[in-house]
Design a protein around this ligand. Structure first.
Ligand code: FEO
Length: 169
């Protein structure tokens, strides 16, 4: 049985992951409206992955005899002036999520909850990848600056990202 403190912390993370999904959906819509389907595609896959993260926490909580409690999802920003602004927001957000995952790991350590520590290792690795990917796109955008052809080419490149469903456990 999971401790009340750990249960509450995991419930907060479920909400944070769903908020992340909502944020990336908002970015995806913003790119679609601006006629940048590749950036929109990249963000829509991010949206799906965040929902998967929320479900991973939710199913884990259920498997430990906890009760997932779905809280309201706070509103998100709806417009970004440039792709660079959106990807800088993405990186800043992922850095925040990394800090939240680290905090969850600290709680799991204090609670001597070894199963939760083990589950969180997947997320710790995932956050390294999330930050690295966002930083890579920011680097590209900083090179491109306001070169229209560069933006067009990167948009084409990001159109090729495909969604990989999580492996059933
Ligand atoms: Fe669920 Fe992008 O962290």
């Amino acid at each position: 049985m999971i401790s009340k403190r750990m249960e509450q912390a995991l419930n907060e993370q479920i909400n944070a992951e769903l908020w992340s999904a909502y944020l990336y959906l908002s970015m995806s819509v913003n790119f679609s409206v601006k006629g940048q389907p590749g950036f929109a595609n990249w963000m829509s896959i991010q949206f799906k992955e965040e929902q998967d993260h929320a479900m991973k926490f939710l199913n884990y909580l259920l498997s430990r005899g906890g009760t997932p409690v779905l809280q309201p999802i706070a509103e998100v920003k709806t417009t970004w002036e440039t792709p660079l602004e959106a990807f800088e927001d993405t990186l800043a957000h992922e850095q925040k999520v990394t800090a939240m995952i680290n905090e969850l790991y600290s709680v799991a350590t204090e609670e001597k909850d070894y199963a939760t520590q083990s589950m969180l290792k997947w997320f710790i690795d995932e956050q390294v990848e999330e930050e690295e990917t966002a930083q890579g796109i920011i680097d590209a955008l900083n090179m491109i600056k306001d070169n229209g052809f560069g933006i067009y080419t990167l948009d084409k490149e990001l159109a090729s990202r495909t969604y990989v469903p999580p492996v059933a456990e």
